[in-house]
Ligand binder design. Structure first.
Ligand code: GLC
Length: 574
C-alpha cells in the first residue's frame, strides 16, 4: 500500500488510562471514563489518541508488563468497550494508536509460564535463557549486564538451572526476537489490532529488540543499563523492524513511532529516514529531556538551557528534509514539565512558553494528559506512597548514601509518578476523577488547576493549547517550514525561526524568572511581524527588541501576503 503522510500534520493526545478518568467508580481510570471524555479530547483539536498499554497486566510496570496482547485489562473494560472507544473516536475523526510492548512480556504471560517449564518446552526459546558461569564453585550470571529497574539483568531459575534476561524489572522477561516464532507472534499481534481498525503503534523500547550475538560482557561498567551498547540499536533490531513492516505494516495505512532511550539523531535516522530503508515513521527522542539530569531523571543536575537547546536543534537540523520528528515535553515517564523546565511560581506563563517552544518546531506534537492544563508535580509525604518500580529502584540505589528526607525530596522531584496522578477535571471531590477512592493520590492543587475552571477562562493554558494546535494545523510555515536557531550560546533565551516560502515565524522564549533585554536577530524587524502568540499583556517593541518578563513568550509571524489584521483574533490571550 502506498504510504500516505497524514501523520505529519496531526497532533496526538496521550492517555495513561489508569489516571485519566474513572467511569465506573472503582477509583481506577478506565475506558468508560475515556468514552465520557472523547468530546473533550476532540475539542483540543488533536487528531489522534495514543493509549499507553491497556492490556491485561499484573502491573509490575503499570501495563508495560503484558500478560495478554489481545485483550483489555479488566480494570479498564473489555474488548467491546475498546471497540466502542475506537468506533466513536473514528466517528469523530480521531485516530487511535496502541502501545506495542514486545521487547518483553510479563513473567505471568502464558508464553513465559510455559517457557520456564522445561528446556524442551516449545516456548522455552521464546525468551533469552542462558546457563550461568561458574568460577571457583560459585555461580555467576551469564554476563555482566544490569537492568534498568532492578540490579542485575539476569534472574536465576533453579528448576532449569538457567538464567533469563530482563532488561527492565524481574517481572519483565525479554523476548527472544531472534526466534522466528516470536516474530510471527508479534506480527499476529499487529494484525489483530490493525484488523480491528487501530491506526498505528507507539513501539516501546523498540531499539532494544535485537541483542548482539553472544551477549558479550560490557566494559567499562555502567551503574545502570550496563550492556546497553550490545542491546540497543543492533543491526538485528533494524532487520526485525523491516520484517514487521514488510509482512504487516505495509499492508495498512498506519503510523508507527518508536521509542528509543539514549539514541542520537544520527542513529535515529537509520530508522526514520524517508526512503526504502525506513522502518519507522518517527522516533521519540530523549536527549532534550536530559537538561536537568544525567541520562535518568533520578540523577539530577541544575537545569541547563543550552543542553536542552542543543538537543532540540540537533534533532531538528539533522532530520530536516530527511525525516519527521516526534515532539514531546511530557509523557508517563517524566515529571511534569512546568515543575522541571518552567516555574510553578509562574505556572501559566511558563506553561504557555513551554507549549509554544516545542509545538512550533517541525514534527508531530504529542500532548500528555494534564499537560494542557499545566498540571504540576505532586509532593508525596512518604517513600511508601511511591508505587513505581523505577522510582523504587532509584530509591534503592541511594538508600544508605543519603538521609531519608533528601531521598524523599529527590523522588518527589524526579519520579515519573508525578505524571501519573489523576487528571484534575474540576474542583470537586477527587478533582472529578472518581466517585470512589482514587488508586493514587490526587494533587492537592486541583482546586486551582483543573479543566472546568480553564474551560471558562479564555486566557487559560487549556485554551492556549487549543489555539496553538489550531494555528499549527492552519499554517504551513509551522507544519513544513525549515528550522533555524538564533543565539545558540545564550543561557536565557531560546530563539528559533521557521521559514516556508516567503513566510517566517520567529519564536522567542525566555527561560528565566529574571527580566532581560531581548534584541531581535539581524535582518529581522519585529515591527513588520504580527504577534501571534504571547503570554503577557502590553507587548511593546522598543528599538527592535523588548525587555523580556519572567518566562516571556513572543511568537511573530512575518507574512507579506496577508494584512496584519488577518491574524489579530489569535492574540486575544493574556
Ligand atoms: C518504556 C516505557 C516505560 C516502561 C519501559 C519498560 O520506556 O515508556 O514506561 O517502564 O519502557 O517497558
Amino acid at each position: 500500500m502506498a504510504k500516505s503522510h497524514w501523520y505529519k500534520e496531526m497532533a496526538v493526545y496521550q492517555i495513561w488510562t489508569r489516571s485519566f478518568c474513572d467511569g465506573n467508580g472503582d477509583g481506577i481510570g478506565d475506558l468508560y471514563g475515556v468514552l465520557k471524555k472523547l468530546d473533550y479530547i476532540k475539542s483540543l483539536g488533536v487528531d489522534a489518541i495514543w493509549f499507553s498499554p491497556i492490556y491485561p497486566s499484573p502491573n509490575a510496570d503499570f501495563g508495560y508488563d503484558i500478560s495478554d496482547y489481545m485483550d483489555i485489562h479488566p480494570d479498564y473494560g473489555t474488548l467491546d468497550t475498546f471497540r466502542e472507544v475506537l468506533d466513536r473516536a473514528h466517528g469523530m475523526g480521531l485516530k487511535v494508536f496502541m502501545d506495542l510492548v514486545v521487547n518483553h512480556t510479563s513473567d505471568e504471560h502464558p508464553w513465559f509460564q510455559e517457557s520456564k517449564k522445561a528446556h524442551t518446552n516449545p516456548y522455552h526459546d521464546y525468551y533469552i535463557w542462558r546457563h550461568g558461569r561458574v568460577s571457583r564453585g560459585k555461580r555467576y550470571p551469564p554476563n555482566n549486564w544490569t537492568s534498568m529497574f532492578e540490579g542485575g539483568a539476569w534472574e536465576y531459575n533453579e528448576d532449569l538451572d538457567e538464567y533469563y534476561l530482563h532488561l527492565f524489572a524481574r517481572k519483565q522477561p525479554d523476548l527472544n526476537m531472534a526466534n522466528p516464532k516470536v516474530r510471527e507472534e508479534v506480527k499476529n499481534i499487529l494484525r489483530f489490532w490493525l484488523e480491528m481498525g487501530v491506526d498505528g503503534f507507539r513501539e516501546d523500547v523498540i531499539t532494544y529488540i535485537g541483542k548482539a550475538p553472544g551477549l558479550p560482557d560490557s566494559y567499562p561498567r555502567l551503574p545502570i543499563a550496563n550492556g546497553i551498547k550490545y542491546y540497543s540499536n543492533q543491526p538485528e533490531a533494524h532487520k526485525y523492524l523491516k520484517e514487521f513492516k514488510h509482512d504487516v505494516l505495509d499492508h495498512y495505512d498506519c503510523f508507527t513511532v518508536g521509542e528509543s532511550p539514549m539514541t542520537t539523531a544520527d542513529i535515529a535516522l537509520s530508522y526514520v529516514s524517508e526512503g526504502p530503508d525506513q522502518v519507522l515513521d518517527e522516533m521519540i527522542a530523549f536527549s532534550h529531556m536530559e537538561a536537568d539530569c544525567l541520562k535518568t531523571d533520578m540523577i539530577q543536575t541544575p537545569f541547563d538551557l543550552r543542553k536542552m537547546k542543543r538537543a532540540f536543534s540537533d534533532w531538528q537540523e539533522k532530520l530536516q528534509g530527511k525525516a519527521w520528528n516526534a515532539l514531546y515535553i511530557e509523557n508517563h515517564d517524566h515529571p511534569r514539565i512546568i515543575s522541571r523546565y518552567g516555574s510553578e511560581q509562574h505556572r501559566v506563563e511558563s506553561g504557555k512558553m513551554l507549549a509554544a517552544m516545542y509545538m512550533l518546531q517541525r514534527g508531530t506534537p504529542f500532548i500528555y494528559q494534564g499537560q494542557e492544563i499545566g498540571m504540576t508535580n505532586i509532593r508525596l509525604k512518604s517513600l511508601d506512597e511511591f508505587q513505581d518500580v523505577m522510582t523504587h529502584n532509584g530509591i534503592r540505589l541511594v538508600k544508605g548514601l543519603l538521609p531519608e528526607t533528601t531521598i524523599l525530596k529527590l523522588a518527589n522531584k524526579a519520579s515519573r509518578e508525578n505524571s501519573r496522578t489523576p487528571v484534575q477535571w474540576n474542583s470537586e471531590k477527587n478533582a472529578g476523577f472518581t466517585d470512589g477512592e482514587p488508586w493514587f493520590p490526587v494533587n492537592d492543587n486541583y482546586r486551582e488547576i483543573n479543566v472546568a475552571d480553564q474551560e471558562n477562562d479564555p486566557d487559560s493554558l487549556l485554551n492556549f493549547y487549543r489555539k496553538l494546535i489550531a494555528f499549527r494545523k492552519a499554517n504551513k510555515v509551522v507544519l513544513y517550514g525549515d528550522y533555524y536557531e538564533h543565539y545558540k550560546k545564550d543561557k536565557q533565551f531560546y530563539v528559533y525561526e521557521r521559514n516556508y516560502l516567503n513566510k517566517k515565524l520567529l519564536v522567542i522564549c525566555s527561560f528565566s524568572k529574571d527580566q532581560r533585554r531581548f534584541d531581535a536577530p539581524g535582518g529581522v524587524s519585529l515591527k513588520n511581524g504580527v504577534l501571534v502568540f504571547c503570554n503577557y499583556e502590553m507587548n511593546q517593541i522598543v528599538s527592535n527588541g523588548f525587555t523580556a518578563r519572567p518566562y516571556e513568550l513572543r511568537v511573530y509571524l512575518f507574512d507579506p501576503e496577508q494584512p496584519k489584521d488577518h491574524y489579530e483574533g489569535l492574540r486575544k490571550q493574556k
